[in-house]
Design a protein around this ligand. Structure first.
Ligand code: OOB
Length: 545
């Protein structure tokens, strides 16, 4: 396995292979099979473009040849920063076939995240759109290129400016390297328990299994039309079952740039969409919009909701509003997927986050000493299994903390289990804000704020929100009393933007505080801060700009 990654111990390799979970096909091989089985059926719809399975397969080969000529080869890390477009899918398969390793950045990421990812992964190439939602990605790339020594190549989907055009890379098919299925296929980003995101290596065989079990659990077939509204670069929409699970089933993937009902509902009607995956805030918006829409949504058979806690009341309303199956989905880029089944009764779908998908997902719920809690009680969720990582990439120190000595991943989530084995996610101990499915590491934002000369100390916590579930609240201890104004917060926001932080990480609410409350061991008392944030939310917000 790629150096810097942690292998599964041999006994597990043998077990997962013997049970047929893992096999020798790479993700690139799978597309070859699908092109043979599904030939000229539509694989992708992107605006007015439609690619068949054969065309996607041809494009993947042709692009892979072009990447190779450009000097991008096996084990090269390539930061892929593309929105939901057909190019995203073609680029993924081209890189899978080469054994080059996509590092999936989210469309919302900006200079700070991208330069960090490129440096951490020692990326040789960076793939971008020309522009997306008002941002010129070529400008972003210029900055990143100047700062990251390993980066040699910027490839642009669209008008390349001074860089290389993706369209120019399509070339005559040439012999390609043949990566092994036990190798890393790509990197996902961790939602972050610590300051900076970590890279999660996913192998061909573990992810192929992930895609297989999740598309089976969702009942995907050739008749499936999946609408991709969340970023396809995120595990949930990529392969749970998402884009890859639809392609595996011979269905049609409709790529959308936004989940806004104004955009999504006409697409559902036009393409006769049968399934989609949403985060809870989007589920709320769809539920409201469906009441008055003039669009025909009757083709919908399955709506998945996951990424953050879905309140039972909201789930119930959605279940009543849409004449289709609701599926709760609890997952993580690190691996474990727990989803309700199509046949689960309403109460289970509304109240639980389903059951782990593999019979060999070993889930433990433990107390702070690592002892199993009694059945039905809340514990820290640990997991080990055939598609859950054994270690982050190049992160020995974190790995020592985030994994038990026998290889269980400490998810940082709190859960309980019903007598039927369904998981109910009850909270978490990791220091993140789950902003409607988008994960914000408190430590990361605090680090940036501490770099501002007026800031003496800072604590970032979640505050409850009716739409997003949680929003971010920053408690700031200023160095001087003159700084404690709304203007000072506006400046801090601007400061975070100027550092190139993704917009979703910028705190929604700001409070100044004399000093941070401390726990007995001197750490910032986040529980106290959260309680203060709830109290202050009852007062009018101080939201600069
Ligand atoms: C998904 O993946 P990530 O990596 O962005 O975030 C994982 C974390 C989990 O550890 C948990 O804290 C939270 O997001 N989470 C949920 C949840 N689903 C994820 N918390 C409560 N209820 C849920 N249903 O978010 C992800 C990956 C694949 C499929 C679905 C979600």
């Amino acid at each position: 396995m790629l150096s810097g990654c942690v292998e599964w111990p041999e006994e597990f390799v043998d077990r997962y292979t013997a049970k047929g979970y893992w096999n020798t096909q790479t993700l690139g091989d799978l597309l070859r099979d699908w092109a043979v089985s599904y030939t000229d059926r539509t694989a992708l719809v992107d605006g007015n473009r439609r690619w068949t399975y054969q065309e996607l397969d041809r494009r993947a080969d042709s692009l892979a040849g072009g990447f190779l000529q450009q000097g991008i080869g096996p084990e090269d890390r390539v930061v892929v920063h593309l929105p939901n477009t057909a190019e995203f899918v073609a680029v993924c398969f081209a890189l899978f076939r080469l054994g080059a390793l996509p590092v999936f950045a989210l469309p919302a990421h900006r200079y700070y995240e991208i330069s960090y990812l490129c440096s951490l992964a020692e990326a040789t190439a960076y793939i971008i759109p020309d522009e997306h939602q008002g941002t010129d990605f070529r400008k972003l790339a210029e900055r990143v290129l100047a700062d990251v020594p390993s980066l040699r190549e910027v490839v642009v989907a669209g008008d390349p400016g001074d860089f290389t055009a993706l369209d120019d890379l399509y070339s005559e098919p040439s012999p390609l390297p043949e990566p092994d299925a036990d190798e890393v296929a790509f990197f996902l980003l961790s939602g972050g328990t610590t300051g900076l995101p970590k890279l999660i290596p996913r192998t061909h065989r573990d992810y192929a299994y992930n895609v297989r079990i999740s598309s089976d659990n969702a009942g995907f077939t050739q008749e499936t039309t999946y609408l991709t509204v969340l970023p396809a670069a995120h595990n949930y929409a990529l392969g749970c079952p998402g884009v890859l699970g639809t392609l595996r089933s011979g269905g049609k993937v409709v790529l959308a740039d936004s989940g806004n009902p104004d955009h999504a509902f006409p697409l559902i009607e036009r393409e006769r969409v049968t399934a989609s995956g949403l985060v809870p805030p989007l589920a709320l918006v769809w539920t409201d919009a469906a009441a008055t829409t003039e669009h025909d949504l009757s083709s919908l058979e399955l709506l998945q909701v996951g990424g953050a806690r879905f309140e039972p009341a909201a789930a119930r309303r959605m279940r009543e509003r849409f004449d289709c199956v609701l599926q709760q989905s609890f997952g993580m880029a690190e691996g474990l997927l727990s989803q309700t089944a199509l046949s689960d009764p309403d109460e289970v779908v509304i109240e639980t986050q389903g059951r782990p998908l593999s019979p060999d997902d070993e889930v433990r719920l433990v107390d702070s000493q690592g002892k199993n809690v009694p059945e039905g009680q809340i514990g820290l969720l640990l997991v080990r299994g055939p598609y859950t990582l054994r270690g982050y990439y190049r992160a020995e120190e974190h790995n020592a903390r985030d994994f038990t000595s026998d290889g269980f991943f400490r998810t940082g989530d709190l859960a309980s289990r019903t007598p039927t084995g369904h998981l109910v996610i009850r909270g978490r101990v990791k220091d993140i804000i789950n902003r409607g499915g988008e994960k914000v590491s408190a430590e990361e934002v605090e680090g940036h704020l501490l770099a501002h000369p007026a800031v003496h100390d800072v604590g970032v916590v979640a505050t409850p929100d009716a739409l997003l579930g949680e929003r971010t609240c920053a408690f700031v201890v200023f160095k001087g009393p003159q700084d404690r104004s709304v203007d000072a917060f506006a400046e801090l926001k601007e400061f975070l933007r100027s550092r190139g932080l993704a917009d979703y990480k910028i705190p929604d609410r700001w409070e100044s505080i004399e000093s941070l409350p401390r726990t007995g061991v001197g750490k910032a008392d986040k529980a106290d801060l959260r309680a203060r944030a709830v109290r202050s939310a009852a007062r009018p917000a101080r939201r600069p700009r």
